[in-house]
Design a protein around this ligand. Structure first.
Ligand code: ADP
Ligand code: MG
Length: 729
């Protein structure tokens, strides 16, 4: 299984390279490159019984073919037949198909059956394989030809996604994978313990692989297409089980480490109550309780706080900070952007300074002298709450006595990236890459507690998996008094109306955001840009109002200045890019206009909209679009208008983009799941978690230590290969 693909018959160094780019490096990888669909060429549909609208596989004989030119484009037409019945296939712009087919050849076709204007059946652009070629390509002697043909017809045939600019066709994969399967060495013991296999009636690994690629004739076709055959289930469970096992071990190992057991004294209780500018929601109370339990526990906290935009995470973080400070420890609060760090700094001062806590901000824009002074302050323990950007605080800041680290808006990191971050910090024996509390000052080298906050709503079971090594708290309730944001999608031809509306709202005392996808016009043609529109809005449309501009390329001083003006209500209309996407909180801002809204991602739109509707005033989000909107863009806009429920939006986003992109695994450049799809396979995921708990509960009549050890060993190899994380558990 671990043999490099290069040694498979028919794959040389050049093809091996193409495969490697697809993440297929070993025979094991190759065998887990599963068909994305199947064609039933054992019981193909007969042309006579085809119905318009169905997806069908047809095996038929080529009657004639040819290219004809219309005024608009060349069209290639193929007619196939079975006895007296005929079926027409069309491909547009397909001059390359000329001379591909010869009368009398057998072809397999797959596509959607339609009726043409005369009521005749046809398939537009079907996928096809010329079965007649098999005999020519098959090999030297008759037996080899027969064997090759048997892979293509008279059975359920696996269809693989072709790759390598079409060089590696489904047929190529069929032959290669068949060869690899036929030449596999003997199986070792099954890495999944017998009891677990029995609980789920799992197929044996070899059998699973064979049948997923080469299904038996009697296999349910719909189970195959939906990846629900016993073979699929075994392979998917395999993957999920060993990931869960790794994460669970990591979690247990974290619990075995030395943390700080914070005390919740009267002082802390008093302070927590005193600082609250409002009554906490039930969800906030529950979440705080969970955090407090972690803070009191003797192991380091690793908790994820999940809450939709505006659910009030900040105040919960401040409450946790108070407990650490009251215990004589320092707290670091890290934000992804400088603007956000600034904002936390303002609210921390408003809320916490009256309790007498010493708060500092450490940002890149501070002057060198000031930075040095702040660092000294932190090193001497004078600063109790340190706020800054991730980069800044991680950069070797020395704390006198760091007890709690809060990471805000963690969703900016991909999940694998986060795993890597944690791994790096594990090597340094600290929570986040920050220096540990100095040994001579506290009794043991205790690790700080870590609270990670994210606004990405992820269904709970998924969160538990993706962040399987973290405990998860969910803020699933918005503070009272919010009126839902009214969202409308309008074409940009109605811009004058929109600006009139903005003006009315501003006159009524509210503030507005106007968001653009790019900063400058030349970045992407045809897109209106923040800078140009800022000038137009400032000089013409709203010449009597105060219009500000905020984007990522301004220098930090200027950004801060503008944010402050907006916060104080001095700027009426803030023209911005997505820099405001994360966390910015100005409750008087009640209108948001997003131009080219169809160009933004769904999660991004949701985050942006989360910037308004934070006060009591009725808020409006206007999504403007112009020109040709893609189908997906349209679906995103529709979703935004329809709902403001973050979980619903997350699910749709997942559907539109696929789990890989959604969770940022692709951006992180790390392969996502090979066979599992955590949305489709939720139930198997639950089962995997259950079985992991069973295995880790230790040997009993059902399971032996040897089996457990074997499973753990397999898991370590898997993790090392797939995630580059060697040191799990
Ligand atoms: P997020 O979870 O998106 O970070 P914030 O912490 O910024 O949300 O909170 C959003 C707004 O709601 C802030 O203005 C905050 O002061 C306010 N808020 C938070 N909790 C409550 C509450 N229990 N009652 C009323 N307002 C609250
Ligand atoms: Mg926030």
């Amino acid at each position: 299984m671990s043999t490099p693909v290069q040694y498979v018959k028919g794959i040389g160094p050049r093809l091996a390279e193409i495969l490697a780019a697809k993440g297929l490096k070993t025979v094991d990888d190759l065998l887990h490159y599963l068909p994305f669909r199947y064609e039933d060429r054992l019981n193909p549909r007969s042309v006579a019984e085809l119905r318009p609208g169905e997806m069908a596989t047809i095996v038929a004989e080529v009657r004639n073919s040819g290219l004809f030119r219309t005024r608009r484009m060349p069209i290639f037409q193929l007619t196939v037949g079975q006895g007296r019945n005929r079926l027409k296939c069309l491909w547009f712009n397909a001059t390359y198909l000329q001379n591909r087919f010869q009368a009398g050849q057998m072809v397999a076709l797959y596509g959607k059956v339609e009726q043409d204007r005369d009521g005749e059946l046809q398939i537009i652009q079907p996928q096809f394989e010329i079965l007649g070629d098999i005999y020519e390509e098959g090999g030297a002697d008759e037996a080899e030809k027969k064997a090759a043909a048997s892979l293509e017809i008279g059975r359920i045939v696996p269809i693989y996604e072709s790759t390598g600019q079409g060089k590696l066709t489904p047929r190529w994969f069929r032959r290669i994978i068949r060869w690899a399967l036929d030449n596999l060495g003997p199986d070792g013991p099954d890495p999944i313990p017998a009891a677990v296999r029995a609980h789920l009636s799992l197929a044996a690994p070899r059998e699973a692989l064979t049948k997923v690629h080469w299904p038996d004739a009697g296999e349910s076709f719909s189970d195959l297409q939906s990846c629900r055959t016993p073979g699929h289930i075994r392979l998917i469970f395999d993957e999920l089980f060993f990931i869960e096992l790794g994460l669970e071990l990591k979690r247990r190992e974290q619990r075995a480490r030395t943390g700080i057991a914070f005390q919740i004294g009267a002082g802390a209780r008093e302070s927590i109550k005193k600082i609250l500018p409002f009554h906490p929601t039930t969800a906030q109370k529950r979440v705080l309780k969970e955090i407090v339990a972690d803070l009191q526990a003797p192991f380091p906290m690793r908790r994820l706080l999940q809450g939709d935009v505006g659910s009030g995470k900040t105040i919960v973080a401040f409450q946790a900070a108070i407990i650490a400070i009251e215990n004589g420890y320092q707290v670091a609060l890290m934000a992804p952007t400088e603007i956000l760090a600034q904002q936390h700094y303002f609210s921390a001062r408003q809320i916490l300074e009256k309790a007498g806590y010493r708060i500092v901000i450490l940002t890149g824009s501070l002057e060198q002298d000031r930075k040095r002074a702040v660092r000294r302050h932190i090193a001497q323990g004078n600063a109790q709450l340190v706020i800054g950007t991730h980069a800044l605080i991680q950069e070797a800041v020395e704390f006198e006595k760091l007890g709690l680290v809060i990471v805000d808006e963690q969703h900016r990191f991909g999940v694998m990236q986060r795993l890597k971050l944690m791994q790096k910090s594990d090597e340094e024996r600290v929570g986040t890459g920050l220096r540990p509390v100095q040994a001579e000052r506290s009794s043991a080298a205790a690790e700080p507690d870590v609270l990670v906050m994210t606004a990405t709503p992820i269904p709970r079971t998924l969160a538990l998996t993706l962040y399987g090594d973290l405990d998860v708290s969910v803020l699933d309730e918005l503070p009272p008094g919010r009126t839902p944001v009214v969202t409308r999608a309008v074409t940009d031809e109605r811009a004058p109306e929109v600006w009139d509306f903005v003006r009315k709202q501003v006159t009524a005392g509210h503030q507005a955001y106007v968001v653009y996808p790019v900063i400058e016009e030349n970045e992407e043609r045809e897109l209106k840009a923040a800078q140009q529109m800022f000038r137009q809005l400032r000089d013409k449309t709203f010449s009597d109002l105060h219009v500000g501009l905020l984007h990522g390329r301004l220098d930090p001083d200027e950004k801060e200045h503008i944010m402050r003006e907006f916060q104080r209500g001095e700027i009426n209309v803030l023209v911005a890019t997505t820099v405001i996407e994360v966390g910015v909180d100005v409750s008087n801002a009640a209108i948001m206009v997003i131009e080219h809204a169809d160009r933004f991602g769904l999660a991004q739109l949701h985050q942006l909209r989360g910037r308004i509707g934070r006060g009591a005033a009725k808020s409006y989000c206007i999504l403007m679009y112009g020109g040709k909107v893609s189908e997906e863009g349209q679906r995103r806009l529709d979703a935004m208008v329809r709902t403001s429920d973050g979980f619903q939006i997350a699910e749709l986003d997942l559907e539109l983009r696929g789990p890989g992109e959604f969770f940022g695994t692709k951006q992180a450049g790390i392969p996502s799941f090979r066979v599992a799809n955590i949305i489709r396979d939720r139930q198997l995921l639950e089962a995997a978690k259950r079985e992991v708990a069973f295995v880790l509960s230790g040997p009993n009549q059902e399971i032996s230590q040897a089996e457990i050890d074997h499973a753990l060993k397999h898991m370590r190899t898997r993790w090392a290969l797939s995630y580059g994380l060697v040191e799990v558990g």
